[in-house]
Design a protein around this ligand. Structure first.
Ligand code: AP5
Length: 209
């Protein structure tokens, strides 16, 4: 199954994708994770995109489309994938349509107030990328990942100014994709407000998996 996860920053797309990988046995491809790994490795891509990610703006379409096209050509993505964070603009969605055929687009629906609480409290493992939350899902030992022992940190773009910028960018450039995919008959809405287990149940219900 070839899936897109759509929704505002902090809707829980990455958290749900980690669960959906076990259910559907397909890879989770997150453009945000790819960019953050490149930044950590200080690769040419990482050096190019670091300031953009930190500010909450979008990386240019050309760079992002090339990266996803290359990733989707790999063997593990042939039977299916979860695309998390791509497409994020209409030109990205149009480009995706030229090199892959998506089966479903899952729209994680949540108001801005819920998003600000989630992003403000998010903590992420620097090593394995697992998401924690200082209230909803604390690591057992503060600052240490339960899964790999890595350092748990606050993403630069989870600071208040960058959160507001990301919400603005989402409304202007990404939210129009909801109608774009609804008009193609591909969109499934999932209520992303409840606790994680309930969101997983909502997801399984709408996809019948
Ligand atoms: P990206 O990493 O994709 O960021 P995002 O879309 O802003 O999404 P997030 O990772 O912030 O949120 P999420 O929905 O995955 O929520 P999460 O599961 O972590 O992109 C980062 C940047 O990269 C962009 O700003 C841009 O610069 C660049 N970029 C990426 N893709 C691009 C593209 N296509 N084009 C151009 N630029 C691109 O959950 C959030 C928190 O809430 C966590 O703490 C979690 O524990 C908690 N939580 C989750 N679900 C629940 C729940 N149900 N109940 C309670 N808490 C919950």
């Amino acid at each position: 199954m070839k899936l897109i996860f759509l929704g505002p920053p902090g809707a829980g797309k990455g958290t749900l994708a980690a669960k959906a990988v076990d259910i559907l046995k397909i890879p989770h491809i997150s453009t945000g994770n790819i960019f953050r790994a490149a930044i950590a490795a200080e690769s040419p891509l990482g050096l190019k995109v670091k300031a953009i990610l930190d500010s909450g703006k979008l990386v240019d379409d050309g760079t992002t489309i090339d990266l996803v096209k290359e990733r989707l050509a790999q063997a593990d993505a042939q039977k299916g994938y979860i695309l998390d964070g791509f497409p994020r603009t209409i030109p990205q969605a149009e480009a995706l349509g030229t090199f892959s055929t998506v089966d479903r687009v899952v729209n994680f629906d949540i108001p801005d107030s819920g998003v600000v609480d989630r992003l403000g409290g998010r903590r992420v493992c620097r090593k394995c990328g697992h998401n924690f939350h200082i209230i909803f899902d604390k690591p057992k030992t503060e600052g240490v990942c339960d899964h790999c022992g890595g350092e748990v940190y606050t993403r630069e773009d989870d600071r208040p100014v960058a959160i507001q910028k990301r919400l603005e960018v989402y409304r202007a450039q990404t939210a129009p994709l909801i109608e774009f995919y609804r008009n193609k008959g591909l969109l499934l809405d999932v209520d992303a407000r409840p606790a994680v287990d309930e969101v997983v149940a909502n997801f399984r219900k709408v996809l019948a998996v």
